[in-house]
Design a protein around this ligand. Structure first.
Ligand code: GLN
Length: 485
């Protein structure tokens, strides 16, 4: 399966059609879904109709841009008009939104073809896609292992080629961590640059939609198609947007790259540290100045996140009451009906977060927990600001480990929470960050390299990522053969 840029070239050269690209993606899905389970819904008819229209448009000389005719998978927490959207929760089983999320509307305007809706941890709460009410997604590189999460379905779909690109959402790492575990490129943009309208909310001050792709260039192309000011999102950024493609072939000579001291050591697999260290040395040979930087507040980022995210989720998920949409339980009174609907509809992790968040926000505890977490958030922003006076971008592993065995962390929420130790600081600060594969460990599992940049620093972030991609020469195809064997 080609990437976005490559498929677009073939399409315009007349070597393929949007319908053929879609059929290729659907064939991959037919072959691997039983083992991988990347999708919750595939609507063939809708997809074929859109692909047919994309071909007819091109024949009429109407070219809607880089995503025209490209098969794209959507995480199932983005609303699609008339197509079931569940956020992988029982409480939304059967829910068909009456409207499209802004990103879905933009994909439509860009001529993209939606292959289907991908699996996730329920309401995007998790790091392995094992919290889905509809069963886990498995890693295409080794189907006894997790795909990462919460956008595990989107990452797996891109890795096996049942989509050319995908959208995910990232609240604490949910695009970058599964991208890292599945050997694809995952990117979380600056907060406010991609509309959250129609994204089923988890923690609104952290949630951000972004692309999962095979290449860094594809990531920039997909990002450009979905971002931009949206009056329907009150936190949407209305200033000047960066040009992520502009630096792709510029090289890195003269740039300063900071290696984060706190994101190494205990808990990091040696193979991960080796792969990251080697890439840092190669960057140095390519002409960047490497600086070790310390961001002490990173040590407490995880604790702050696990107060702020549950607090916001407890408020956001109050709307699931069994009355307006989704699952309805039985109850003699309105209160009993609501309580029953929620008890039956939410899974254990979601319930745990609602309880945690409600407690943290309750009178008398607000300042001790939520207020304190917000102060940590401010300290993280200050640490980042200080670091960016010295360097252009920061780098680290994306995840302390490669893909872990399915079931290994399900009984231990804290171990699961630690999966996002490298990704959470960028969410708390609202900054862009991305992960791209730099190699395989000795078991043949992908290792992800994280590049972080200051707010609206997407240009320099992609500039560095493009060089890392060239230096790594990572090949996605062994993962595909793995599933095939
Ligand atoms: N794993 C983190 C959590 O469970 C992040 C999830 C996300 O980014 N959506 O909250």
């Amino acid at each position: 399966m080609p990437g976005v840029a490559e498929a677009g070239r073939r399409l315009r050269d007349g070597d393929t059609t949007a319908v053929r690209l879609l059929e290729g993606a659907l064939e991959r899905a037919a072959r691997y879904e039983a083992q991988v389970h990347a999708f919750l819904t595939i609507d063939r008819e809708w997809a074929l109709e859109t692909a047919g229209r994309a071909d007819a448009d091109l024949a009429d000389g109407i070219d809607r841009g880089p995503l025209h005719g490209i098969p794209i998978a959507l995480k199932d927490n983005m609303c699609t008009r008339g197509i079931e959207t569940t956020a992988a929760s029982q409480i939304l089983a059967g829910y068909r939104p009456p409207y499209d999320a802004t990103v879905v509307a933009r994909l439509g305007e860009g001529g993209a073809v939606v292959v289907g809706k991908t699996n996730l941890d329920e309401f995007a709460m998790g790091s392995s896609t094992e919290n889905s009410a509809y069963g886990p997604t498995y890693n295409p590189w080794d189907t006894t292992r997790v795909a990462g999460g919460s956008s595990g379905g989107s990452a797996a779909a891109v890795a096996i080629g049942s989509a050319v690109a995908a959208l995910g959402s990232d609240t604490g790492g949910s695009i970058r961590q599964p991208a890292s575990l599945c050997g694809v490129v995952g990117m979380k943009p600056t907060y406010g640059t991609v509309s959250r309208y129609g994204l089923i909310a988890f923690a609104s001050s952290l949630d951000q939609i972004g692309p999962l792709t095979r290449t860094v260039e594809d990531s920039a192309l997909t990002l450009e198609a979905i971002w931009g000011h949206d009056p329907l999102d009150g936190t949407s950024f209305s200033g000047r947007y960066p040009d992520p493609k502009s630096g792709l072939s510029r090289g890195v000579a003269g740039l300063r790259v900071g290696v984060v001291k706190e994101l190494a050591g205990d808990g990091y697999e040696p193979a991960v540290e080796t792969a990251i260290g080697e890439m840092v040395s190669r960057l140095e040979s390519a002409g960047v100045e490497i600086v070790e930087v310390s961001l002490p507040s990173f040590e407490i980022a995880l604790s702050a996140y696990y107060l702020i995210a549950p607090a916001e989720c407890s408020a956001n998920l109050a709307r699931f009451d069994g009355i307006r949409y989704g699952h309805r339980g039985q109850g003699a009174t309105t209160e009993a009906l609501m309580a029953r609907s929620r008890a039956e509809g939410f899974g254990p992790e979601v319930t745990r977060r609602i309880l945690l968040g409600t407690y943290a926000l309750s009178a008398g505890y607000y300042d001790a927990f939520y207020g304190q977490a917000q102060r940590v958030r401010a300290a993280i922003q200050e640490d980042f600001a200080r670091a960016y006076q010295q360097v252009d971008v920061l780098v680290s592993p994306t995840s302390p480990t490669v893909a872990f065995e399915a079931g290994a962390r399900t009984a231990d929420p804290l171990a699961m929470y630690l999966s996002d130790i490298c990704t959470i600081p960028s969410n708390l600060a609202g900054h862009p960050a991305m992960s791209l594969p730099v190699g395989l460990d000795d078991q043949g599992l992908p290792v992800g390299f994280q590049v972080m940049a200051p707010p609206l620093g997407e240009e320099v972030m992609y500039q560095v990522a493009a060089e890392v991609e060239r230096l790594a020469g990572f090949d996605l195809s062994p993962g595909l053969q793995e599933v095939a064997s």
